[in-house]
Design a protein around this ligand. Structure first.
Ligand code: TMP
Length: 225
């Protein structure tokens, strides 16, 4: 999408990965480091980030024993949440030269609903473009680890389990393959980071990649304090 819409003053960075990859912990650390370095930073997540999108998140992640959410309805709910998030939060922040760190974005939809749920990727891409108005991340980091390791981490923390965590291991393997396929298709935007090692090592590698990348790409390196 070489449209004007894609031109922003800020930087849009997304973290992606299968369940239990440690994204949420890592994103908090990245935000702290970037704020300390003097950048204006927004940390957010999907589905979520606005009150409407957070309400949709609750619908999506809470299992209903009465009514199965169809893959199509799941995708459309996620995209509705994304549309609210992009319009009301992400684009305004980017126009204000902010470094936006987002826990999941469009690549999760392609990996979970496309590869995982077998929805047509071309349809998903077209609908996603409507939802985002063509906004794509400038940099995406996929925290990669074997599905069995990620799910075991999640199971050890039962309070953290949601409707999608409880999907079969086969489903999550398809999702992981999806992320790896997306990374192979867009190597300039997507970097894979091995998350199957101690969190501190993952944190150090991520910090080095992100801080260096932001320093090279932000038009105005520091916020005046
Ligand atoms: P998380 O906060 O643990 O990442 O949970 C969000 C869940 O929502 C996770 O199971 C992945 C799922 N999800 C999708 O299926 N598609 C999407 O596009 C997004 C953003 C999340």
């Amino acid at each position: 999408m070489g449209t004007k819409k894609q031109q922003t003053r800020g930087l849009f960075i997304t973290l992606e990965g299968v369940e239990g990859s440690g994204k949420s912990t890592q994103i908090r650390h990245l935000a702290k480091v970037l704020i300390h370095a003097g950048y204006r930073v927004l940390q957010t997540r999907e589905p979520g980030g606005t009150s409407t999108a957070e309400a949709i998140r609750r619908i999506l992640l809470t299992a209903s024993s009465h009514e199965r959410v169809t893959p199509q309805a799941e995708a459309l709910l996620i995209l509705a949440a994304r549309c609210q998030h992009v319009t009301h939060v992400i684009r305004p922040a980017l126009e204000y030269s902010t470094v936006v760190l987002c826990d999941r974005f469009s690549d999760s939809t392609f990996a979970y609903q496309g590869f995982g749920r077998d929805l047509d990727l071309k349809w998903l891409q077209a609908a996603n473009t409507v939802a985002t108005d063509g906004l794509t991340p400038h940099l995406t980091l996929v925290l990669d680890l074997p599905v069995s390791v990620g799910l075991a981490r999640r199971r050890a923390d039962r309070g953290q389990q949601n409707r999608l965590d409880r999907e079969t291991e086969r489903f999550h393997r398809k999702v992981r393959r999806g992320f790896l396929a997306l990374a192979a298709k867009e190597p300039h935007r997507i970097t894979i980071v091995n998350a199957n090692r101690p969190a501190r090592e993952v944190r150090d590698e991520l910090t080095e990649i992100v801080v260096g990348w932001v320093a090279r790409h932000h038009h105005r390196p520091r916020r005046t304090r």
